[in-house]
Design a protein around this ligand. Structure first.
Ligand code: SDX
Length: 427
């Protein structure tokens, strides 16, 4: 017997089903609210509003839990690869050996991009932000790879093609931005190593693939692979709900991720730490500014809409930082600053009372710096990691049972009806 929620309005009692998720999360099912009561709900930023039911990712913000298809992200970071985790998110199960082999062959077969796409890169201003380039190039993929005839049958080809080409597009954009020769994908290299080679190999200095760096990149992308209904994933679902092609929906997700409050925070964290380092590290002043309501400054990489405790991804990212820097005997002053900033914030009453902890972006930039990724590509790295999540969420939203055109309502607070005034009578 489904539990029901009663709403009393206008002297009448209305009942709505109570939906209970696998992990005990509860929601009032208000699909019939307006038709039954004439009422809608209002929830700017959707902090209290569920847009869908989903089988993909579970987060518990109070306990700092994150699981992909039921598997804790800690176990995937330790034992899995990004390729395997992408397969898990998109298909619902970890791949068998044969499935992984077939997936890897498909990723390799689709790793090149149409040569004509290079003309796009060459004609964009050199200072273009890599996220703007990536978003445009992913949309352009539709022109070069028109939808396969049978979306149902061919969805695996379409999504695998995109998973593979996004790496090539990102690395190509980097090489061309530096006026360097483009490095093509290699059939003998797995996903992450192939990307690193495309980014850093050069005729004068062949790139030496280091297994610890490859492992760190796998962990980085596993940690970013999905995060239920965040801003960019909601953009992908909303744009996809109009039944536009996958590339356009993903391009919308890339654009949404670019913002400094969302995926752009990893670049903003490093810029904040670099400023601290060059202007003299006045950590106390930074903490006070972050608390000052009259100061628009926010401590980047801190706080989260869902996590009200330490972001489980930040813990793993911090450990990966330590391991990678120790391996190359790098002492990055920004890491020391980040740790000092974290310590100051976590012992400050304001941050404690507001449940503000480091999120995934706080340490991720330091891992990327150690790998050699330029700061303006940090959010591109987030986008490549999040792509399997966006694809899995898009696929789920397009399933018959889930598909519905996204169209929120509003409460109008503007002027009442009034007549047009000819220009000669306007004051
Ligand atoms: C990502 O949603 C996801 O899952 C996103 C993500 C993913 O994987 O997809 O996890 C990736 O986007 C991580 C977040 C990266 N962004 C940043 O690090 C930017 C800095 N963080 C903040 O801007 C903020 O914490 C948000 C935007 C992340 C979340 O903000 P909310 O949930 O909208 O909360 P809010 O802005 O209403 O803040 C609540 C209170 C406010 O104080 P009061 O007015 O209640 O007194 O907390 C304060 C805020 O001023 N606050 C901060 C703060 N974050 C929140 N104060 C100082 N510094 C901060 N970073």
């Amino acid at each position: 017997m489904t539990e029901r929620i009663k709403i009393i309005f206008d002297g009448k009692t209305f009942e709505f089903p109570l939906l209970i998720g696998t992990e005990g999360e509860k929601a009032i099912d208000i699909k019939a609210l307006r038709s039954k009561t004439g009422l809608i709900t209002l929830d700017p930023g959707y902090g209290n509003t569920g847009s869908c039911t989903s089988d993909i990712t579970f987060m518990d913000g109070e306990k700092g839990i994150l699981r992909y298809r039921g598997i804790p992200v800690e176990q995937l970071a330790e034992h899995s690869s990004f390729r395997e985790t992408a397969f898990l998110l998109i298909n619902g199960e970890l791949p068998t050996e044969n499935q992984l082999k077939r997936f890897s062959v498909m990723l390799n077969d689709h790793s090149l991009i149409h040569e004509d796409m290079q003309f796009f890169f060459q004609n964009l201003p050199r200072a273009s932000h890599p996220m703007g380039i990536l978003s445009s190039m992913v949309t352009a993929l539709k022109s070069f790879y028109p939808e396969l005839p049978d979306m149902e049958k061919d969805v695996d080809t379409t999504v695998t093609r995109l998973l593979s080409k996004i790496r090539t597009l990102a690395a190509m954009s980097y090489k061309i931005s530096r006026g360097h020769k483009v490095v093509y994908p290699r059939p003998d290299l797995p996903y992450c190593a192939n990307f690193l080679n495309m980014m850093f190999d050069s005729p004068v200095k062949p790139y030496k693939i280091d297994e610890d760096v490859v492992k760190a990149l796998n962990i980085f992308w596993i940690l970013h692979a999905d995060h239920e209904q965040n801003c960019s994933t909601s953009a992908v679902r909303l744009v996809g709900s109009g039944k536009v092609n996958l590339y356009a929906a993903i391009s919308a997700g890339i654009a949404a991720l670019w913002g400094p409050l969302h995926g752009g925070a990893n670049q903003a964290v490093i810029e904040m730490l670099e400023k601290l380092a060059t202007q003299g590290a006045d950590i106390k002043n930074l903490i006070e500014r972050a608390k000052d309501k009259n100061d628009p400054f926010r401590l980047m990489g801190f706080g989260h809409r869902v996590y009200k405790t330490y972001d489980p991804r930040a813990k793993i990212m911090k450990a990966t930082c330590d391991k990678l820097l120790a391996k190359f005997n790098i002492s990055d002053p920004l890491l020391d600053l980040a740790k000092a900033l974290e310590e100051a914030a976590l012992t400050d009453d304001y941050f404690i009372s507001h449940n503000l902890y480091p999120n995934v972006d706080f340490y991720s930039g330091i891992v990327l710096r150690a790998i050699g990724i330029p700061t303006n590509m940090f959010t591109v790295m987030f986008a490549i990691g999040r792509l399997p999540g966006w694809i899995s969420q898009w696929k789920e939203s397009m399933e018959e049972s889930q598909w519905k055109l996204g169209r929120p309502r509003q409460i109008y607070t503007g002027l009442m009806k009034r007549d047009f005034v000819p220009i000669e009578k306007r004051s």
